[in-house]
Ligand binder design. Structure first.
Ligand SMILES: Cc1ncc(COP(=O)(O)O)c(C=O)c1O
Length: 393
């Protein structure tokens, strides 16, 4: 639990939140977010690859306003996200994907001028054609490819996208519809096969996808100018080692080496963009041993930060002396940190080493900037929601 890794401004704000009784709180480091997104953008832009941010990782409006000018657009996965992003960052390009889109979502997307629509099935394509009429809709067909992915934290096999035969029918359907006056146009392919890949793994997969996609587009959508291939997200982060970051330079350079002239390549990462700039901050309510195990019970829990329970990891955490610390110090190399919920699944961290930890001390959970608050079961047990605070403007 070293605390010297916290940026000074974050540390200062954590102490201020504690002094103002504002815990638990989410705290976002906006300069860090800006720096991370800027590095990703620069690496990708040098290789001619477009960069969308996947809003599902964290749709916080303040973060979206930081990210919109640093990206080529925002990827959304529901009508709710679509309207939220369009209202929060007007003018940003929005790409809309996800299975099971309703008519209402499609009508909203079309009437609000969605930039790209990622179509997941032949039935969905036919519905888009029927709902769009002559209105222009630029479509990427989502491909479900049988490529084994080694090292993935999550393989996106299942109901996502279409296999090769259905894709061929979809390309023909769109061509026939366009000839009959439809505004729907296939601009390319969308592929997101796995999450949690490091730069080498992602590059290996993407080169395979690219080779197949280039052949497929030439064969099935002949004459398409500036074909687009969206290679999805899924770039890894390491909760066991927060400083181990995805190697964007290596990845972008590798893609750049195989990207042919005239083809638009695009990626849509979420987690690797925002995870490091978010902290979940709480304080220790109780310390105890039971059956030989040391526990810290913290204000809050997995109803605010569900990520460790969902992914089965220990959330990286560090401790700071709190302004109102009290009681006996705890020293232990195997502390389990839990929340206030009456379930053993309410565990935030395990195997944590602590020295001189006391009730009232502050716990700062790192890597809480993605798939954290927005995937959590906020209202279970009706505990108060956390505060939201931001460092930097
Ligand atoms: C289609 C699609 N694109 C992008 C992402 C973002 O993935 P990540 O946050 O792992 O980069 C996801 C995540 O599930 C996804 O399903």
């Amino acid at each position: 639990m070293r605390d010297d890794v916290l940026p000074a401004a974050v540390r200062e704000r954590v102490l201020a939140l504690a002094a103002e009784n504002q815990l638990p709180a989410y705290l976002y480091d906006l300069p860090a977010l800006r720096e991370q997104a800027g590095q990703i953008r620069d690496a990708l832009a040098d290789a001619g690859v477009q960069f969308l941010y996947a809003a599902k990782a964290n749709p916080d409006p303040v973060l979206l306003r930081v990210l919109a000018p640093l990206t080529d657009g925002i990827e959304v996965a529901s009508g709710g996200e679509l309207e939220h992003v369009m209202d929060t960052v007007p003018g940003a390009r929005v790409a809309f994907g996800g299975p099971g889109k309703t008519d209402r979502e499609l009508i909203t997307a079309i009437s609000r001028g969605v930039w790209r629509l990622h179509v997941e099935s032949l039935r969905e394509l036919n519905r888009v054609i029927a709902l769009a009429g002559a209105r222009p809709v630029e479509v990427l067909l989502r491909a479900n490819l049988p490529f084994g992915v080694t090292g993935a934290a999550l393989s996106m096999s299942g109901p996502f996208g279409m296999d090769e035969e259905t894709l061929a029918v979809a390309a023909r359907t769109a061509r026939d519809a366009a000839a009959a006056g439809s505004g729907v146009r296939v601009r390319g392919l969308h592929v997101h096969l796995a999450s949690g890949l490091d730069a080498e793994q992602k590059l290996t997969l993407d080169k395979r996808v690219l080779a197949w996609a280039l052949w497929w587009l030439r064969d099935k959508v002949p004459g398409l100018t500036a074909p687009e291939i969206n290679l999805g997200g899924g770039m890894s982060v390491d909760y066991a080692d927060p400083d181990d970051r995805f190697d964007w330079l290596r990845y972008a350079k590798g893609l750049g080496e195989v990207a042919p002239e005239g083809v638009v390549l695009r990626v849509e990462p979420g987690r690797a963009v925002s995870v490091h700039s978010g902290y979940y901050v709480s304080d220790v309510l109780d310390l105890k041993y039971t059956r030989g195990q040391a526990y810290a019970i913290t204000r809050g829990g997995t109803h605010h930060l569900r990520t460790p329970a969902t992914k089965g990891h220990s959330q990286p955490v560090l401790a700071l002396p709190g302004p109102q610390r009290s009681g006996e110090p705890l020293n232990d190399d195997n502390l389990t940190v839990v929340g206030q919920l009456c379930t053993p699944k309410d565990q935030l961290a395990a195997g944590v080493g602590v020295r001189d930890l006391r009730v009232g001390d502050l716990l700062v959970f790192r890597m809480a900037g993605a798939y954290a608050w927005n995937i959590s079961h906020h209202d279970f047990l009706m505990h108060p929601h956390p505060a939201f605070a931001y460092v930097g403007g």
